[in-house]
Write a protein that binds this ligand. Structure first.
Ligand code: CTP
Length: 209
């Protein structure tokens, strides 16, 4: 199972809280896994991408709650779980049923935390290899290592918004693969090539299990 893209958290029927994730990294991973012979469940938030392989089953979701429900459904039968999606950490406490009118004004929106899907999967870890992503802007390595440990992952892929042409929206990415023993830094490369390296690491770890 691979997750990809952003989530949209509705404020009212017209507006939402979202983020800049394009879904490209997750789609590249799904394509590479399918190339290597895997049957892939791709749970993705709103995006404009296409998945052409017949071995990729695409499940479209919008909100973090919908992504959570689909992940819980499919993760239990997955051998490999890779969480690439940029899941929103907060959602409006209440979705307004009608469009909020300008005249009424909107000074603030009360937010509540969303469910951390990856943490939940880490807590109830089954035989599945569990891989997370860390998107950082500062203290990158320390933050990623903390997530590796706290979310009980087999490895984590770090990408930083400080690196040029990396992460959100770009066709390229500069990744660092971190497990409990080592840290492997890669140069800037296409997201397709990043996916090749990540899947190689997945295969190495699956063989060792
Ligand atoms: N993640 C998730 N559910 C959430 C938030 C994040 O499953 N509600 C997953 C992401 O898909 C990613 C990993 O957790 O694989 C780390 O996401 P990231 O946004 O880097 O970190 P957070 O845990 O959200 O922490 P922070 O935003 O404070 O850095």
């Amino acid at each position: 199972m691979v997750t990809a893209g952003p989530t949209y958290e509705a404020i009212d029927p017209v507006r939402f809280i979202g983020n800049n994730s394009s879904g490209k990294m997750g789609f590249a991973l799904a394509a590479e896994l399918s190339k290597q012979g895997a049957d892939v469940i791709l749970v993705c938030g709103p995006n404009n991408l296409r998945s052409n392989s017949s071995s990729i089953k695409r499940i479209d979701v919008v909100s973090s709650d919908e992504m959570h429900a689909q992940c819980m459904k499919y993760a239990k039968d997955s051998d490999i779980t890779i969480m690439t999606a940029a899941v929103s950490d907060f959602k409006p406490a209440k979705k307004q049923a009608e469009k909020i009118k300008k005249e009424k004004g909107l000074n603030e929106i009360s937010l509540v935390a969303t469910k951390d899907i990856l943490s939940e999967l880490g807590k109830n870890k089954n035989r599945s290899l569990l891989v997370g992503f860390a998107l950082e802007t500062d203290n990158e390595l320390a933050n990623a290592k903390k997530k590796l440990h706290n979310k009980n992952l087999d490895f984590i892929v770090l990408n930083s918004l400080r690196d040029q042409n990396s992460a959100f929206g770009h066709d390229t990415n500069k990744i660092t693969i971190i497990d409990k023993k080592e840290t492997k830094k890669f140069e800037l490369m296409s997201k397709d090539l990043c996916a090749v390296e990540i899947v190689k690491e997945v295969i190495r770890k699956v063989k060792r299990k």
